[in-house]
Design a protein around this ligand. Sequence first.
Ligand code: S3P
Length: 434
Amino acid sequence: MSEEPAVVIHPAKNIEGGIRLPGDKSISHRYAMLAALAEGTTRLDNFSTGKDCASTLDCLRNLGCRSETTRKGETLSVEIHGTGMNLQAPQNVLNCGNSGSTIRMMSGILAGQAFESEMTGDESLSRRPMARVMKPLAEMGATITAAEGNRPPLRIRGAKLHGIDYAMPVASAQVEACVLFAGLFAEGETVVRSRIRTRDHTELALRAFGAEITRNMGEVRILGGQRLRAIEGGVPGDISTSAFFLCAAALFPGSQLAIDSLGLNPTRARLLDILVQLGVKIRVTQLEELNGELVGTVQAEGGPLKGSKISGGDTAALIDEIPILAAIAPYTADGIEIRDAGELRVKESDRITSIVGNLRAMGAEVEEFPDGLRIPGGQSLRGARIGSFDDHRIAMAFAVAGLRAEGETEIEGAECASISFPGFFDLLESLVRR
Ligand code: S3P
């Protein structure tokens, strides 16, 4: 049991309002890393306020890349002074905190340096599998050692890398980013292949920073030795964070929610299709492009919810949204089944176990599978004291489930929401009508 006081969620009647969200976590990590390698100073508005992206900036500072952040209200801007591909050997072990994206993507960059470095993280990160990045980077010529079971800390001895043709055994955007970043430092061409499409922020970001990179069906190619140049711009609002607010609105017929400047990259926006399938009225307006990323306004209106089955490529596309979809599933008419989601077991927590445990604690019937879960519809939940499992998406998902439960829901260790969005509970409360 966590020592921290629990956050208490009271039942709501409705969700109403207009909001804008902090910058997307996936895009913020990539922009920060590429800015550190670029020539010139990159200025980014609406950078992610999450602790994970702060870990990336910290690691980059340790590698000789200066950056300054400025906060105006809830909005964070950052200036990153590029090193022109000249990172310095770190004085300390690089602490990636809770961030799988930081350790995996950064390992690609560190593999191409002429020095040795070590990356570590918190208890949760120290349990996460790293073989998926160690294997391709070793093939490219780096020497990487890890703790037992290929878990962090990772010790990376950089080398003169050579390009490889790599078919990813697990569809992972983090691994793709890692190999493509290493490809920048490699001799010749690096190819990454995947049967399943994952988020394409890496190639869009590389292009925005001036690199040439090509995609053809399931393969992405990059030539080593390219230079990057700084950019100015903003980070689109985080669509994975928006999922909690959109699902909260979905729970109550009559809810009206608008989110502007939201990232709507098609490889991330499957959530909107699922919400429409469930019966939520969604309108997308004000579409624009920002450094290759699609941005727009989403309006959602709650209504009676049907059901859904999510599997295959949809599961990969929705991997970060599954906790919240599962948490609202009991309130749908036909339930939600999620399959092909074994990857959820190696996220910040074993998300299948965390979701099943919390739903059961709130009185729901759930069936668990090795690769997913099935939650029958037409159920009501009762408030309970539930765990966050130190996992930001679990804490936020069950805060939303608690809005329609009977009685109070107490979430232990809910402050872990700050991993992706420190302002989450205040913003949610500002939208709730009782
Ligand atoms: C991310 C990719 C996904 C996702 C994570 C962020 C990224 O992880 O779950 O939150 O920014 O590339 P995997 O690549 O492990 O699927």
